[in-house]
Design a protein around this ligand. Structure first.
Ligand SMILES: Cc1ncc(COP(=O)(O)O)c(C=O)c1O
Length: 588
């Protein structure tokens, strides 16, 4: 395990979402028999992104996938700002719900499109077990999504894309079951949406569009159920009693740890420490590893695009120890300036703490490269994975980092639970963070000895239901397959980027070449709060403000932005609604 990062340079781009998209869509094309030349992905990135029909709301549930002919938008001029005659456009780009020539969408309008004609759904109404469809077109929630077993000849296994040695994205055990084994074409979003009760409600008279995923994600029924089931039938404290319920809850809790281990490809479940979230995980590392290893004059390298959770704990440590904080700059696109990063890492650097994906800009950082530079000077690397874990496959051994941290609530799991991954030798020698029950081996008034990792860091009664819910979220995502999620979201992000650029006076903040999920923008002459409120009145939830990343936003000369952020349950139609609303706002 300690040598796991030796192949850093070989695997540098392994989990690049663009790569995932290309490979997944090649597979999609092959599986449906499309000619090579017809692939929209052959076009330069400025052209219309791929929009597999299966994701545009036409199929009636999963049964529609296999027989649906592949149709993609074929109008390169679609985003040119010109307004073609044949479509009902919002500001010069054809909506996903409008006609793309040859797409057949006008013959069979999407479900969301029918919502616009008005309906009678009461605010917040939700009937989870009904087979019905809401008047505005969304199917009512009726059970957990299960990707169908498919004909092995018609769909490539995702594992086909990850044939390089040691590149199993889900960890060793994941290959055993269907988890993540379906290609992109089977990520059928309208079916998936049925699993998320909160998505099926009206806000201010409009169907809710949840574009605040970077703040927190909605939960599938399987997560809600797993948590409720625990309280209904298994509730007990863990690790402490001889009775049946204690055994059950301990098993469920440790089962959650094993699921997380597999999901992030850790070598050992002892490397998975449950904490409250990303914030607590970083504070834990700062106050244990940091206090033990970082002293006066030592340097901690951060980047300009860090969330406050990856700034303030290091400032506190620096105040306590006399360590020095250095900050790596970013360019106007919101990308790390890599030369500067390389020159800022030196013999005094003890720790590099950087985000994998920026919550304010969406930039995906080249973690393996930075890890390689840090290694050369014996510096440790902590990766803030809060915004990467919901959007791409993560393998901590491939990344090579020493610590990887994330929050359950951004991963479609519960709030109040999160994960600190640390390499075992480091965790074993780190002092405890908090003292109390569960973390000790033996206590006398004179002297206490501690358990090993992870118990040493889990003092007191943990959030047992949270771990179980997080395990259910991991199961859900593993079933979808993170490469499939990444591929779909990448296409969605490209579509949204082009569509937003049609809004007059809208400036995107964060235009990195590699991005995930986040579309930050400001609008000329319209305050961010007003944009956010206007969208809210149309049922569209976005975040406006500084996103707990003030230094990042200020780097671009602003105090805040408007930030729609995407997840795999978002649709092209929802993006259309967002862009239409922004055009309307501009006209008011
Ligand atoms: C990049 C990043 N880091 C850290 C955090 C803090 O996460 P939490 O509040 O769940 O601890 C967030 C939350 O928005 C984030 O986006």
């Amino acid at each position: 395990m300690t040598n796991a990062h030796n192949s850093i340079t070989d695997t540098h781009d392994l989990f690049d979402t663009a790569l995932i998209t290309r490979l997944a869509n090649e597979s999609y094309r092959e599986s449906v028999g499309l000619a090579q030349s017809s692939s929209p992905l052959q076009r330069p990135s400025s052209s219309v992104p791929i929009v597999p029909t299966a994701f545009v709301g036409i199929p009636d549930g999963l049964s529609g996938i296999a027989g649906t002919p592949p149709t993609f938008p074929t109008t390169p001029a679609a985003f040119s700002g010109e307004r073609p005659d044949h479509t009902n456009l919002a500001g010069g780009y054809p909506s996903a719900t409008a006609a793309y020539p040859g797409s057949g969408r006008t013959e069979q309008p999407s479900r969301s499109a029918t919502a616009r004609s008005g309906d009678d759904l009461a605010s917040g109404e939700h009937l989870p077990d009904s087979p019905d469809v809401y008047p505005f077109g969304e199917p009512r929630c009726n059970g957990s999504f299960k990707a169908p077993k498919t004909d092995a000849h018609s769909v490539h296994s995702v594992s086909d894309f990850y044939f390089l040695p040691g590149t199993d994205p889900q960890g060793a055990a994941a290959s055993a079951e269907p988890s993540g084994s379906h290609a992109l074409s089977l990520l059928e979003v309208n079916a998936i949406r049925r699993d998320f009760p909160a998505l099926h409600q009206r806000v201010h008279g409009h169907p809710l569009i949840w574009f605040d995923n970077a703040a927190t994600t909605q939960k599938p029924r399987s997560v809600i159920e797993a948590t409720a089931r625990f309280y209904r039938q298994d509730n007990s404290n863990i690790h402490r009693a001889a009775h049946a319920l204690a055994a059950r809850s301990s098993e469920l809790y440790e089962g959650g740890r094993e699921k997380v281990r597999q999901f992030i490809g850790a070598a050992d479940s002892k490397e998975i420490v449950f904490v409250r979230g990303t914030t607590e995980a970083i504070n834990l590392v700062a106050q244990t590893y940091g206090r033990a290893h970082i002293g006066a004059g030592d340097e901690i390298l951060l980047t300009t695009m860090e969330h406050h959770a990856n700034i303030v704990p290091w400032q506190l440590l620096a105040q306590q120890t006399g360590a020095v904080i250095r900050v790596a700059p970013i360019n106007d696109a919101g990308e790390l300036i890599l030369d500067a990063v390389a020159s800022l890492i030196g013999p005094r650097t003890k720790l590099v703490a950087l985000t994998h994906v920026s919550n304010a800009l969406g930039t995906i950082n080249p973690i393996e490269t930075v890890v390689g530079w840090a290694r050369a000077y014996g510096a440790r690397v902590l990766v803030d994975g809060a915004q990467s874990i919901p959007h791409m496959p993560i393998n901590v051994q491939t990344l090579g980092c020493d610590f990887f941290v994330f929050s359950g609530h951004k991963l479609f799991g519960p709030t109040g639970i999160g994960v600190l991954y640390g390499k075992l030798p480091l965790l074993e020698e780190m002092p405890p963070y908090q003292g109390g029950g569960n973390m000790i081996r033996d206590v006398t008034f004179e002297h206490t000895t501690y358990q090993g990792s992870p118990q040493k860091f889990e003092a007191g009664t943990p959030d047992i239901a949270g771990v179980i819910g997080l395990g259910a979220a991991v199961d859900y995502l593993s079933h979808l397959g993170m490469p499939a999620v990444a591929g779909y979201e990448h296409a969605l992000l490209e579509y949204a980027t082009h569509a937003l650029s049609s809004v007059r006076g809208l400036q995107l903040i964060g235009t990195a070449a590699t991005k995930a999920s986040v579309l930050s923008f400001v609008m000329d002459g319209i305050p961010n709060e007003r944009v956010g409120q206007y969208l809210d009145r149309h049922g569209i939830a976005v975040r406006s403000g500084h996103h707990c990343a003030q230094p990042t936003v200020r780097r671009f000369g602003h105090e805040g932005t408007v930030r729609p952020s995407l997840a795999f349950y978002n649709t092209y139609e929802e993006i259309d609604r967002l862009v239409e609303a922004l055009h309307e706002l501009r006209r008011t």
